[in-house]
Write a protein that binds this ligand. Sequence first.
Ligand SMILES: [Zn+2]
Length: 289
Amino acid sequence: MRNCEVLSKARSDMPYPVARAVRAVQSATTLRDVYEGMLRGAEALTVVLGVVATTWAREYDVKTPQLADLGEAIVTGGASQGHWIQALASVGGPMSQHPQPVAGLSAALKRGKGGSGLIADLNELVQERNRWAHGAAPRNELEASDRLQMVLPVYERAMEKARFLAECPWILTSNSRYRRSEGDFQVHASRTMGDHPDFEQTTFISATPLADDVFYLHVGDDFIDMTPLVVMRQCPTCHQREVSYADRLDERQGVSLKTFDRGHVLFDRSLIEEVRALTHGVGRHSDTA
Ligand SMILES: [Zn+2]
């Protein structure tokens, strides 16, 4: 319903969870659905930004108290949007000094006048979500319209600041083949960008071996493993494969994953140790577990 250039562009080139949520916002037919779609979209954007920051930090052994807090929250009961935001904010400083940054991330976190900026916008969107969750959902179209006038510009502004996400693609590997003569790997994969679940297929050469059916963040020349933060799993509710993120650890059932699209929950025991390791705030290469 809403014709906004920032959002339309996001649908075409942002990571799938972000783009898919924007599609839901734009195709909603009532203002209350636009409002609720926007809250889900804000959550997807927040988690995706937090996942990208945390994935990068793990790869390069960057540690911050907030990253450890995020890991602790996942292990002890569930990460809130606030945890993801704090983890994201905490890598801005270390990344600005780093030789292999996620291009554009540190710049996106720079604060403007009076502390304005991406982090402030994400926090404002969480506050709105909390109001909604605690019984203050808009009761009619007029109220939804009023609330949207306040928060939709914040969502659009956050999306604009997060544009750098389009430049570090998410890749979901299918399979790879070692090329003896060249000594490298030919990888078949999906480029999980944009709002359409039939992902664009791609083939590329990697100097290092990549695992099958794993999400990698393509940063510069590197492919960084996003497991266990983001994985592709069969959703028992939708009966199809969905992009899911690590939400919390359940003592009996394993890692509780949430699908980005509908927030469905599924469990995976194979990721328990990797999720536990998040609490150490250590990189995956130095993990001796
Ligand atoms: Zn589902």
